[in-house]
Design a protein around this ligand. Structure first.
Ligand code: FAD
Length: 314
């Protein structure tokens, strides 16, 4: 209860322009952010990718940004991905599926007036074309609930040309079990996460136990189906359930994977990889780290305490 009650409060406070500007200026914020974001530049993220690959992990890279307000900004995001993909194409990796990028439709222009959807879809297409040449997979991240229908529509359309394109389903949304049923029938790559946005109870479960139960129901549907489930959770209960379902449905190691965020439960990431599982670490980079950082604070009050302690020690 404590966790779910705090999420909307932290998210609402963080939306204040003054709090955003002050936190971005503080050196101490940057120190805490470094736990979750390896840096702002392509060089920073390249070093993190090489380290992860060297440790036997797969990666998915997110160029941070979600408040795209004009087309030029969306084009800059696409350019950042193209440059990154070029560099990733030169990274030697023993596993052909080890490299992936994650994209947010809002960063690619989805919210722009009039042609937002069309612009975002074209930008996904451009990134998928370059990713295919580079031997890199692409997954579309999930954002707030109002954007789900359009995102899934874009996925269905772009997959006609790029069948390996995947997306994210958020177990906390009441609709997600039905979405899982639809996608479990095809061979699509689906990342299942609990969900990180502050959503109203009309569309989402807000009680932690209910979210966990929904996650387990969705995971069962995906594991039983024909797709490629990506189990995006640090929760030992979800990790254990994934292993049980893999055994129950006779899935091979190459037909599903674990995913976790950069800086969270790193020892567990390495342990699972050492046991022979494919483990993908989600690595965000870039200057627009604020929204991502706030979601990491909001999903775990202990992180807020950690941040406040760092402020006090300044
Ligand atoms: P929780 O019950 O929240 O956490 C379980 C344990 O993990 C905690 O006890 C703690 O030990 C550790 N932990 C979890 N979060 C933190 C944290 N912030 N700091 C420190 N420790 C922590 N959400 C979206 O809405 N859209 C997306 O596209 C999306 N993509 C994701 C991609 C990946 C690869 C992952 C791993 C998560 C993604 N998420 C996304 C976030 C997700 O929805 C959850 O908010 C987040 O993963 C926490 O849920 P959990 O399943 O780890 O379980």
């Amino acid at each position: 209860f404590f966790d779910t009650a705090l999420r909307p409060i932290i998210t609402a406070a963080a939306a204040s322009d003054r709090i955003k500007a002050t936190s971005q200026r503080l050196t101490v914020t940057r120190r805490v952010v470094e736990r979750f974001v390896p840096g702002e530049t392509q060089d920073d993220v390249s070093a993190a990718i090489r380290r992860s690959l060297g440790n036997g992990l797969s990666v998915t890279i997110d160029h941070l940004g979600e408040d795209t307000t004009d087309e030029a900004q969306a084009t800059q995001t696409v350019d950042a991905y193209l440059s990154l993909l070029e560099e990733m194409s030169r990274m030697p990796s023993p596993d052909p599926k080890a490299l992936e990028v994650s994209v947010k439709l809002s960063a690619l222009g989805q919210m722009l007036p009039r042609h937002g959807r069309k612009i975002a879809e074209e930008n996904v297409h451009i990134i998928c074309t370059a990713a295919e040449t580079a031997g890199v997979l692409v997954t579309i991240d999930a954002e707030d609930h109002a954007t789900v229908d359009e995102r899934l529509d874009i996925l269905r359309t772009v997959r006609r040309d790029f069948p390996s394109l995947g997306t994210v389903l958020q177990a906390y949304l009441r609709r997600t079990e039905d979405d899982c049923r639809e996608f479990a029938e095809s061979d699509v790559r689906i990342r299942l996460c609990k969900g990180a946005y502050a959503e109203p109870p009309t569309v989402a479960f807000t009680d932690r136990a209910q979210v966990d139960e929904a996650y387990l129901r969705c995971l069962r549907i995906l594991m039983k189906g024909n797709g490629y489930p990506m189990v995006a959770s640090h929760d030992p209960m979800m990790i254990g359930a994934a292993h049980e379902l893999v055994a129950e449905f006779g899935r091979t190691p190459d037909s599903w994977e674990h995913q976790m965020l950069y800086g969270i439960r790193t020892d567990e990431q390495l342990r699972l990889a050492g046991d022979g599982h494919r483990v993908r670490v989600y690595i965000p980079y870039g200057r627009e780290w604020y929204g991502y950082f706030v979601r990491r604070l909001a999903e775990r009050p202990a992180n807020v305490a950690f941040f406040l302690r760092a402020l006090a020690d300044r």
